[in-house]
Design a protein around this ligand. Sequence first.
Ligand code: SF4
Length: 305
Amino acid sequence: MRGNAFEARVTSDGGAELMRLLGAEGPTGFALPDLAAAGPEGRTARTALALRQATADGVWTLLRHPLLALEVAGAPAYLEPDAVVVHPDGRWTVVEIKSFPMIDASADAAKVGAAARQAAVYVLALERIAAHTGGASVAESVLLVCPKDFSNLPTASVVDVRKQLSVTRRQLARLTRVEDIATALPAGVTFDPERPADELRAAVAAVPAAYAPGCLAACELAFHCRDRARRAGAVETLGRSVRGELGGLRTVGDVLAAARGTAGDPDDPAVAALRRAAALRAEALAALPAARTAPEELPEAAGCH
Ligand code: SF4
């Protein structure tokens, strides 16, 4: 609600304040095209047309809530930035309006990072349109608009998103295509929410998952996937970094067997580290009764009971 109220405040004058933050001259010296159209396809086509027209006209143009399409794993995803500004030189800049404050010209780094990752996806979607628009280019930095200090006045900061762009490009290129995922599913499986619960449960169970604790904050299927991973004893439940450290050992059972020396290749660094850790633990446990029976060996100044 705070975000919506702040955005309404920033754009209440038809976008003049926003354009001023970008350096556009004069409060009325920019175009504000109407982007209304029916359905997402109609809105994305209208947005692309407005971007091309503005670039050809070479005038400052503000597109409020344009709709962009980006192919994700072979399926279109629709994205709605807060605004895109077309500069007279044909440059397109993404504008993100956020309600977290910018105090003394700096904001919470984690929140700025999240906004940069979000804006980078918009830049990628814009690049697809710019590639077919003569004279257009997409800025690799975005304009982040936030409340200034503890007021409701907008202030802006230019955020370089080149790093986020290369990460997102790599991630998108690595995604398995939806068609390939669908081909691997059992014939006739459906996720139609109208189907009976048992059928839906079986359908969800038929899909492989790669659970990680981070899913709990991001996915509605997290409890289902966590239960499944726990039942299978998967090391993924311990977090991605632990999973990475364990190399080819995929279950808690495999890890324990490797530590006990009943399985695993001793030349595998993960197995060797586990055996060393198990030996240290056994050594420490073996020393415990001796320490308990010889209190005189404990430091006198311990003083804690
Ligand atoms: S919880 Fe969601 S994101 Fe995580 S593995 Fe399951 S379906 Fe995938």
